[in-house]
Design a protein around this ligand. Structure first.
Ligand code: SF4
Length: 410
């Protein structure tokens, strides 16, 4: 029986320590986080050095890795303090940094030798010569531009030894990734220095400036029917064999701003698919339940980006969202008592007795049930759990465990 010995890494986003732990528990081999400087997510929960230390300790206990994104486009003065930043990351035990600006690459290589550097997707690497160039500069890995096709990946893999990382799931830019200034113009927030305000997803009307005496003429969108320039999201769940067979080393999930509901669900699904393929590629079959699971958290329609051809207008969202998730995240299991079959839950969104719910956990475990009994932290019966982060106890029909999540059918 053929097996794949070089299984690609699943690389998940982690905007907080909680998301880092969740992603790893749910099957991520590595996570990428941001520090307080030099990253692209000025509004995402960025990590302090102490949080990084805790995250690295946790990752080591689970045989996982932590990368730090420092992939801003640096203007004059932006690199001040970068040497100390990279030296501290190395001392903490961060496994690699993700960088795009050559100034930051140089500072990292000089000030923190031995700390592996990955070229960020912000650098738009789309051909093997570019990858070979960065490899010769000492970089260990290149994150490909989202605009690279599967055929190009195949050729790149054949002609370079550098590690390849490719996006497999998450939001897409309508502009060429890393080369957008829409947000800069619309909201004075620099997309390439961590401030993207997602201006492409705003609602617009497109009209011709009228000649004197003419009425305003809308070319696309009407005052009551605005349109956006948003791309649909990417999902490569149906194409895991192509990614593995073409030698992609790391499969990246987008979304450091996303919730633990999203991160746990997406990592869980891809863990199943990648393990299934690598363990027995010749008898591998895609399972519809994987895609159905992704739809429980999907925010937009899903497509394959640029992997199998240039996206058409069908892969753009000009109007309203065409899919709304049917589930909402309501809680996380903190403890489970086997004798009483009572779980202690931390509430994340309101729920009540009578709600139809689903528990899910690492390893793709699922349990459906109706909420019949609820108690507050002191043990008094309650009908609802309305308060954010409140602790409640609940009778469950089968064993659950810490880190299991609870969602409600809307
Ligand atoms: S405005 Fe849209 S296309 Fe531009 S960087 Fe932000 S998300 Fe990407």
């Amino acid at each position: 029986m053929r097996t794949i010995t070089k299984k690609p890494e699943i690389l998940a986003p982690a905007g907080t320590l909680e998301k880092l732990k969740t992603a790893i528990i749910y099957g991520a081999d590595a996570v990428y986080i941001g520090g307080n400087q030099f990253g692209l997510r000025s509004r995402a929960g960025n990590f302090t050095y102490d949080e990084m230390r805790e995250g690295v300790d946790f990752s080591k206990q689970h045989n996982a890795k932590v990368y730090v994104a420092a992939n801003m486009v640096a203007h004059e003065g932006d690199v001040d303090g970068a040497g100390e930043f990279f030296r501290t990351l190395k001392e903490i035990g961060i496994h690699a940094v993700i960088v795009s600006d050559p100034a930051l690459i140089e500072i990292c290589a000089t000030e923190a030798p031995g700390l592996p550097i990955h070229l960020s997707t912000q650098a738009s690497a789309t051909n093997y010569e570019t990858l070979n160039f960065w490899h010769s500069e000492g970089l260990e890995r290149v994150v490909l531009a989202r605009e690279v096709s599967m055929e190009e990946i195949k050729e790149i893999r054949q002609k370079t030894d550098v590690e390849i990382e490719a996006f497999i799931h998450g939001a897409m830019c309508i502009s060429y990734s890393g080369r957008c200034t829409l947000s800069n113009h619309m909201s004075n927030r620099d997309a390439n220095r961590g401030g993207c305000s997602q201006s492409c997803r705003w609602k617009y009307g497109l009209f011709e400036v009228p000649q004197p005496g003419e009425r305003l003429s809308f070319l696309a969108g009407e005052p009551e029917e605005d349109f956006s320039m948003s791309a649909v999201d990417m999902s490569m769940i149906r194409h895991i064999p192509d990614l593995v067979e073409n030698g992609v080393d790391s499969l990246k999930i987008e979304g450091r701003m996303k919730s633990i509901h999203y991160v746990s669900t997406v990592a869980n699904v891809y863990r199943q698919a990648i393990d299934a393929y690598c363990n027995d590629p010749d008898r591998y079959e895609f399972k519809q339940e994987w895609e159905d699971e992704l739809w429980k958290v999907a925010q937009r329609e899903l497509a394959v980006g640029f992997y199998y051809g240039t996206p058409t207008e069908d892969e753009q969202l000009f109007g309203e969202r065409r899919k709304i998730p049917a589930y909402s995240f309501i809680g996380q299991v903190l403890e489970y008592d086997e004798e009483t079959r009572i779980a202690t839950i931390q509430q994340r969104n309101a729920f009540a007795v009578g709600d139809e719910i689903e528990f899910y956990g690492p390893g793709f475990s699922h349990l459906d049930q109706t909420i019949e009994y609820l108690w507050d932290e002191e043990g008094s019966p309650i009908n609802r759990a309305p308060n954010a982060m409140m602790i409640v106890k609940m009778k469950v029909n089968a064993p659950v465990k810490p880190y299991d999540m609870m969602r409600k059918i809307k």
